[in-house]
Design a protein around this ligand. Structure first.
Ligand code: GUN
Length: 172
């Protein structure tokens, strides 16, 4: 669908189309629908970021916690959203060696212990190595820095998901 078509959709159809932009958090799409028309795909993506950035601190924590662990239990059980599964596969996280799985498990556990949150990173903008490196580096952040980092990454994830859902004008 093109941006012109998206700007003209019924609100419910818009919400359905963009329900998966924020992980397990379709309600933000309703708010973004109400802000139409958008003049560019980037403006539409920015509206998703604005929706959760202006939400309460508790809602922001819930949004971060809605993300599954990378290469975690849900991934092993095949229990991911379509978006998360394809993102994790893009960085090769669905085909790790036993040693790499074990290292992810350790890093995820250390991260949960320190912050009470899943480690969230826009995996499509990273390699397996930089995802590992980011987890180690971010463990020395303060909880407040890390809350901000996670929300920044969620904005990046949402932007790429929006780009996937909007077709360029004139290309059916
Ligand atoms: N980065 C992109 N997708 C995901 C996800 O589903 N979970 C986490 N933790 N990070 C992500």
């Amino acid at each position: 669908m093109t941006l012109t078509e998206i700007n003209a959709l019924e609100a419910l159809a818009f919400e359905t189309h963009f329900a998966g932009v924020l992980e397990h958090s379709p309600r933000y799409a309703a708010q973004v629908a109400a802000g139409r028309p958008y003049r560019s795909v980037e403006a539409l993506a920015a509206a998703f970021a604005a929706a959760f950035t202006s939400d309460t601190p508790d809602a922001q924590l819930a949004l971060i916690r809605a993300h599954p662990d990378l290469a975690g239990k849900a991934a092993l059980a095949g229990d991911l959203t379509r978006e998360s599964a394809s993102e994790q596969a893009s960085a090769g996280l669905d085909r790790l060696s036993p040693e790499e799985y074990a290292e992810f498990h350790r890093l995820n556990a250390a991260y949960h212990d320190r912050f009470g949150l899943p480690y969230v990173v826009c995996v499509r903008e990273h390699s397996k190595e930089s995802i590992f490196e980011g987890a180690r580096r971010r463990l020395s952040n303060t909880p407040e820095q890390e809350r901000r980092a996670a929300l920044h990454e969620i904005g990046r994830i949402a932007r790429l998901r929006v780009l996937d859902l909007v077709q360029e004008e004139g290309h059916d």
